[in-house]
Design a protein around this ligand. Sequence first.
Ligand SMILES: Cc1cc2nc3c(=O)[nH]c(=O)nc-3n(C[C@H](O)[C@H](O)[C@H](O)COP(=O)(O)OP(=O)(O)OC[C@H]3O[C@@H](n4cnc5c(N)ncnc54)[C@H](O)[C@@H]3O)c2cc1C
Length: 482
Amino acid sequence: MPGDHRIRSIVIVGGGTAGWMAAAVLARFHLPVLVVESEEVGTVGVGEATVPVIQALNGLLGFDEADFIRKTCATFKLGIEFRDWVAAGHMHFHFFGDFGAPIEGIPPHHHWLKLRQLGDPTPLAEYSLPYVMGKLGRFSSAQQGYKYAYHFDAGLYAAYLRTDAESRGARRKEGKVVDVSLRGEDGFIQALTLESGERIAAEFFIDASGFRGLLIGAALGVGYEDWSRWLPCDRAVAVPCARSGAVRPYTISSARPAGWQWRIPLQHRVGNGYVYCSQFVGDDEAADTLLGSLEGGVLAEPRLLRFTTGRRKEFWSRNCVAIGLAAGFMEPLESTSIQLIQTALARLIEMCPDRQLDPMISAEYNRASVNEWDRIRDFLILHYSATQRDDAPLWQYCRSMPLPDSLQYKMDVFRSSGRVPLLSEESYQESSWVSIFLGQNVFPRRYDPLVDNINVEHLKRGMLQRRQAIRRLAEGMPACGT
Ligand SMILES: Cc1cc2nc3c(=O)[nH]c(=O)nc-3n(C[C@H](O)[C@H](O)[C@H](O)COP(=O)(O)OP(=O)(O)OC[C@H]3O[C@@H](n4cnc5c(N)ncnc54)[C@H](O)[C@@H]3O)c2cc1C
């Protein structure tokens, strides 16, 4: 229909990472945004590890990398080292890169599987450039064959986004939302009422109010799909500590009896947290476990966070889109929450609503978002289910729990062929799945039979040359600064 149907007013409820990220992106596309946030309520204050897709956001917003790193106290992140997830003393890795180019069209892990069968003990990770860089403590931002992300201070990051958003015209209002009024005829959100009595009306709303889900849940009644049966951790205790030694450009995730612990190095401190299942450990014991394993002096009081893993049944309902913790939560095992905020915003811009709010647009937004969340959920579940630990009730449960059909199918195909069937809206590509499958001792029954058409001595030489080239490249890079 002809005419100007552009949305004339958007209110974002929440000024955490999600709220200010939304404000910055929408303002970048010249959309009229007002952020309503309450200092009294505060933000969750965690969320310090990211994945490489953040580079696209920084590029979109025109951030200068050096300035961004300085002002958010960021360090580089090349991936994650997983300790003790399979068994005590075991280590595996998920770094942001592949294992090299295909050989004769066949992904390199099939060739590695053949050499392994012939007795070659070389770990697959030795074919990953970012892994070798990480282990040698080297870094270069000139990216070929790898990607990188950042660890940063969550509070400083939100402030950085806010400065950017406000410079592009986003407005902010301090105030606590105490009521949400819906339109009688269709249940669309009409206005918010603040504690001061002020009424704020808008045509479109973004719920970035955190775990509360003030608009999407409390006002619009959109239900929550609970994934605790697959991802049973429901609490975390977080505490920063002083750093000792050089910065390692990767996150460390160490399995614990009732969950796992993160270590995120920043310039000025280390972020630590124990994500645990309250059914198997008390809060005090979890805090003691965390405090007893820090590398430096504690810099703040430990903070307890409670959550239920899962997602909204719909992310876009009527004239409201939920992002960030209001949309759902998956534990930070692969640092996917900020990524999901970013992809939600990219999708919202792609499917930009107008005042007609065609339900097909929200339906497609929801379809793609649901798939994206469910694929990530499967990837996280794999970390828990593919364990050999049986030393604690959590791990005994996880190793025998029934899996979602979509993950079971992936496992079955991988076990039979070494191939990873990628589904639509998949965030993780083959090399990521292979890192976790093989890293956690999920081996296929065979490698690709076409590998046997390659002369084995030739293959051995080629693989050795790859490893040597990777090592030379990494050794030629500067030592990690920040
Ligand atoms: C233990 C833990 C570890 C995490 N680690 C990572 C990680 O490493 N990497 C990652 O990507 N993500 C991580 N996350 C997720 C990440 O912290 C969040 O995705 C991110 O901070 C976004 O939060 P948010 O903005 O949605 O919510 P919040 O930070 O909770 O912000 C909510 C906002 O809503 C406002 N608000 C709420 N109620 C009202 C009201 N009534 N009136 C007005 N305003 C209101 C608040 O004032 C606040 O401004 C982690 C989360 C947890 C719990």
